[in-house]
Ligand binder design. Structure first.
Ligand SMILES: Nc1ncnc2c1ncn2[C@@H]1O[C@H](COP(=O)(O)OP(=O)(O)OP(=O)(O)O)[C@@H](O)[C@H]1O
Length: 252
């Protein structure tokens, strides 16, 4: 038996309590999961291919039901960002950015205002009229982020969003995400295959293993992103965490 409760807004955006997932073909993707995603917290997930990261993210977004356990979803507005920016080729950057708010029936002038503000936040206010094919991979990902932000999410669900970018751009996008988090204060669930990226962007890092998919440990960052951009981060402590998580994954 499983339950999905729709709770009033709270500091907890999503809470998994003993949540499992067995697909229709009988395959158990997730053994009981206990995890909380707090408001305004970036939670990253690392683990081997097939350990159930996307399954967990989809359940957090209410796109898939648990097989058993209790899943409480309190976030009112979710936005998704995937590896593929999925921009509409024939629509301008501005029209693409407005899209999610338009679908959600936000009044047109408000859609426009939010989209322009989101494009300003990601530094693309000067290419509003461009078409996606005129943009670099990094710029397309920025449009995808702007589109997500324009719907003013409480929770960003991000499935390997920077995986297709070159290393340099990818690293800059991680900084960009932290900057956007400071501006907007959203909560985020962020899947990545890069331990370093997971540690850089997150307040908490969920370490998963497979056979069956499960959480091995939730590691609190010793030096997480701070609201104050001038607050220094402890590079040595973060590097230690990268090594620690690497050893946990190797042993799992
Ligand atoms: N609809 C489905 N029906 C049956 N099995 C599924 C379904 N979706 C996913 N699975 C299986 O569940 C397991 C977990 O899949 P999931 O996509 O959540 O893993 P992941 O950790 O995100 O993988 P990757 O890192 O490769 O993206 C995999 O073995 C996958 O084959």
């Amino acid at each position: 038996m499983s339950t999905i409760a729709k709770a009033p807004p709270a500091t907890e955006l999503v809470a998994f309590a003993g949540v499992t997932k067995t697909y229709g073909n009988g395959f158990t993707a997730l053994a009981p999961i206990d995890l909380t995603i707090g408001g305004g917290q970036i939670v990253s997930i690392v683990g081997p291919s097939g350990c159930g990261k996307t399954t967990l993210l989809r359940m957090a977004g209410g796109l898939s039901s648990p097989t058993s356990g209790e899943l409480t979803i309190s976030s009112e507005r979710n936005s998704y960002v995937f590896q593929d920016p999925t921009l509409m080729a024939w629509r301008s950057v501005l029209a693409n950015t407005e899209l999610v708010s338009r679908i959600r029936k936000v009044p047109r002038p408000e859609c426009r205002r939010r989209a322009i503000e989101a494009l300003r936040l990601v530094g693309l206010e000067n290419v509003q009229k461009s078409l996606p094919r005129e943009l670099s991979g990094g710029m397309k990902m920025r449009v995808s982020l702007a589109r997500a932000l324009a719907s003013e999410p409480e929770l960003m669900l991000m499935d390997e969003p920077f995986a297709a970018l070159d290393e340099f751009t990818r690293d800059r996008m991680a900084d960009e995400l932290i900057r956007l988090w400071r501006e907007r204060g959203f909560g985020a669930l962020f899947i990545t295959h890069s331990i370093r990226e997971a540690v850089k962007i997150a307040h908490e890092i969920v370490v998963m293993a497979s056979g069956p998919g499960r959480i091995v440990e939730v590691v609190r960052s010793p030096s997480p992103p701070q609201a104050d951009q001038d607050a220094p981060r402890d590079a040595d402590a973060l590097e230690e965490t990268v090594k620690y998580i690497g050893s946990r994954l190797a042993a799992a």
